[in-house]
Design a protein around this ligand. Structure first.
Ligand code: PLP
Length: 390
């Protein structure tokens, strides 16, 4: 795709073409997987195409980074070996010892662990607050301005919706940077930079890759200085994505829009059905009118995504039994793949948050709705729920 077509093209078109022009040497429609660590030089320090070493640069990784930047509406994007490696590079680009970070009190457990253990040892102060509550946000800022505010929306695993634009205004008025973890929504459903965020992070392990076959992460930003700091961290600390990982993620991106449509449609149907079920005390899904963030999500997102959580009337025992009782829904951590997954966050993904302000309810089951037939999905869930009655 030539430059002049890039700007106006729609999301679906950019996902397939940006950074992915046919190979000029062979015409291969799919950009080659550059499995190389180093590059022949035409003279001392005379680089043929700007590449000298694959930690510093690799054409397959560059293709992925160009595509992600385009989809997030960012100036530049950087891809990493995992979502946490991406988060780590961003934190190191922004923070200095003594800084404060404000994290929403409902967030991915690994983000909390990184900040509360690793970064604490380097003099970073972590505070958590309910970022859906403007007064809670204002009181943290009034107490001491954080260098960085970290928002997840929808949150993992409670599917809380945070007003990105409102937090961006508060952050910028105080001189703080706003980071949004956009893993659950993906840029197809929500573009945080358009709402005022300074940086977007992703676990590309999830919907970007989309097939549960690769671990990766990315950061996308607009500010050129922040981009330079990230480029420096990416090369200097070196947690880059491997070329094959970048290639698989790029392959996943091509179908992101289609997958998100189906994930969202299936999850909406399942949420509606489960809300009526006697064994379920609450369904947490932003697409439901009963969800406190429903109207905000309808404004901020294109659709409501493929993740939902349910609370069981029968408490923790029933929650564990549901997570262990399905067949089509595989009991596993992670999310965002074509196949449906189910898990018990209290003792699995969010076990590291036990006893903290981010502890999740012990009657909660998190469901990643895949793109299988929705009737098959419903049958599997309702059968497992019926078995609880016995
Ligand atoms: C999985 C996940 C991460 C961490 O990503 P990894 O690829 O597992 O390192 C961060 N944020 C959210 C919301 C996630 O779901």
């Amino acid at each position: 795709m030539s430059e002049q077509h890039e700007a106006p093209a729609a999301f679906e078109t950019r996902a397939i073409h940006v950074g992915q022009a046919p190979d000029p040497t062979t015409g291969a429609v799919i950009p080659p997987l550059y499995l190389t660590s180093t590059y022949a030089q035409d003279g001392v320090a005379k680089l043929r195409a700007g590449y000298d070493y694959s930690r510093s640069g690799n054409p397959t990784r560059d293709a992925l980074q160009a595509a992600i930047a385009s989809l997030e509406g960012a100036g530049r994007a950087f891809s990493f070996a995992s979502g946490l490696a991406a988060e780590d590079a961003l934190l190191r680009s922004v923070l200095r010892p003594g800084d404060r970070v404000l994290l929403g009190n409902d967030a991915y457990g690994g983000t909390y662990r990184l900040l509360s253990t690793v970064y604490r040892n380097w003099g970073i102060e972590l505070v958590t607050a309910d970022l859906t509550d403007p007064e809670a946000l204002a009181s943290v800022i009034a107490d001491r301005v954080p260098a960085l505010i970290w928002v997840e929306t929808p949150t993992n695993p409670l599917l809380t919706i945070v007003d990105i634009s409102a937090v961006a205004h508060a952050a910028h008025a105080a001189g703080a940077l706003l980071v949004v973890d956009n893993t659950f929504a993906t840029p197809y459903l929500q573009r945080p930079l358009d709402w005022g965020a300074d940086a977007v992070v992703h676990s590309t392990t999830k919907y970007f890759g989309g097939h549960s076959d690769v671990v990766g992460g990315a950061v996308a930003v607009n500010d050129p200085e922040l981009a330079d700091a990230l480029a420096f961290q990416q090369n200097s600390a070196g947690a880059v994505s491997a070329p094959f990982d970048a290639w698989l993620t790029l392959r996943g991106l091509k179908t992101l829009a289609l997958r998100m449509e189906r994930h969202s449609a299936n999850a909406a149907r399942i949420a509606t059905e489960l809300e009526r079920h006697s064994q379920i005390s609450q369904v947490l899904y932003p697409g439901l009118e009963s969800h406190p963030g429903h109207e905000l999500a309808a404004r901020q997102m294109r659709a409501f995504g493929g993740m939902l959580s349910v609370r069981l009337a029968g408490g923790p025992k029933a929650a564990r039994a549901l997570a262990e009782g399905t067949h089509l829904f595989t009991l596993a951590e992670s999310l965002g793949g074509v196949e449906s997954l189910i898990e018990y966050p209290y003792a699995m993904t969010h076990a590291s948050a036990q006893g903290s302000s981010l502890e999740v309810p012990d009657d909660l089951v998190r469901i990643s709705v895949g793109i299988e037939d929705v009737e098959d999905q419903l049958l599997d869930l309702t059968s497992a729920l019926s078995a609880l009655e016995g």
